[in-house]
Design a protein around this ligand. Structure first.
Ligand code: 13P
Length: 247
C-alpha cells in the first residue's frame, strides 16, 4: 500500500512562514513514493489553496471540521466550506481537541461522517494517555474510539485514514517504539477487518514525535502505513526527510 505522510501544523504558521515552507517543499519534494498532505489552520486554507494550485504532489488538509452541516454554530467551519477551499483531508478527533475542546467519541464519529459526505477524507485520530497505558487500558481505549466511527459510518469506514497517536508521545520527543506502535496498529487493523473486507487498503498512520531519524524504522512495521507529523512538519528539511523514507 502506498504510504501517506501528513503534516499537522497545529496552531502554527503565518502568511509569510507558510509561503516560505510550501515553496521549499514544492521546490524539493520531486515525485515522492508516498502521498503527502499538509493540514493547515483554517484562516490559511485560502492561501494554501493558491500555493498548492497546479500540482498534485502535496494535498491540502484541515485540522478539524464541524459536526453540523450549516447554521447557528458560531466559530465552526463546515465540511462544505472546507471543500470550497480544495481541502482533501480533515483531521478529526485529534487528542488535543478531545482534551481541550472536550470532543467525545460521538462528536468525532459525526465529524468523520460529515467529512465523508462532503468528499473529504477524515484522518481519524485515536490514542491513549500515559495513565491509560499504565493501567493497561490501551487496547480498550483505541478500540472504543474507533468503534464509534465504525458504528456511524458503516461500510464507508474503508474511505477513512486512521491515525494512532499515543497522547504521551505527542510533542514530547518520547516516540513509541516500533514494536509498541505495531502492536496497537495490529489491533486496529483487526478491528477494521471485522468491519470491512477492504481493511487492508485503509492506511493506519503513526503520530507522536515522528521525525527524520525514527520514521524509517517505524514505517517498516507491517501495519504502519505512514505518519501524522506535528513539529517536524514545520521544517522543510525534516518533513522532506520523512517523505523521503516513506516507501
Ligand atoms: P508531534 O509530531 O509534534 O509529536 O505531534 C504529533 C501530532 O500530534 C500530529 O497530529
Amino acid at each position: 500500500m502506498k504510504k501517506f505522510i501528513a503534516g499537522n501544523w497545529k496552531m502554527n504558521g503565518s502568511l509569510a512562514a507558510n509561503e516560505k515552507l510550501v515553496h521549499e517543499l514544492l521546490d524539493r519534494v520531486g515525485r515522492p513514493s508516498c502521498d503527502v498532505a499538509v493540514c493547515a489552520p483554517s484562516p490559511y486554507l485560502s492561501q494554501l489553496q493558491c500555493l498548492l494550485a497546479n500540482q498534485d504532489v502535496i494535498a491540502l488538509g484541515a485540522q478539524n471540521v464541524s459536526q453540523h452541516e450549516s447554521g447557528a454554530y458560531t466559530g465552526d467551519v463546515s465540511a462544505a466550506m472546507l471543500r470550497e477551499f480544495g481541502v482533501r483531508y480533515a483531521i478529526v478527533g485529534h487528542s488535543e481537541r478531545r482534551q481541550h475542546q472536550a470532543e467525545t467519541d460521538t462528536n468525532v464519529a459525526i465529524k468523520a461522517k460529515r467529512a465523508l459526505e462532503a468528499g473529504i477524507t477524515p484522518i481519524v485520530c485515536v490514542g491513549e494517555t500515559q495513565r491509560e497505558r499504565d493501567e493497561g487500558l490501551t487496547d480498550y481505549i483505541v478500540r472504543r474510539q474507533l468503534a464509534a466511527v465504525v458504528h456511524l459510518v458503516g461500510p464507508c469506514i474503508s474511505e477513512i485514514v486512521l491515525a494512532y497517536e499515543p497522547v504521551w508521545a505527542i510533542g514530547t520527543g518520547k516516540t513509541a517504539t516500533p514494536e509498541q506502535a505495531q502492536q496497537v496498529h495490529a489491533i486496529l487493523r483487526k478491528q477494521l477487518q471485522a468491519a470491512t473486507e477492504k481493511a487492508h487498503t485503509i492506511r493506519i498512520l503513526y503520530g507522536g514525535s515522528m521525525n527524520a531519524s525514527n520514521a524509517a524504522t517505524l514505517m517498516t512495521q507491517p501495519d504502519i502505513d505512514g505518519g501524522l507529523i506535528g513539529g517536524a512538519s514545520l521544517k522543510a528539511d525534516d518533513f522532506l526527510a520523512i517523505i523521503g523514507v516513506a516507501k
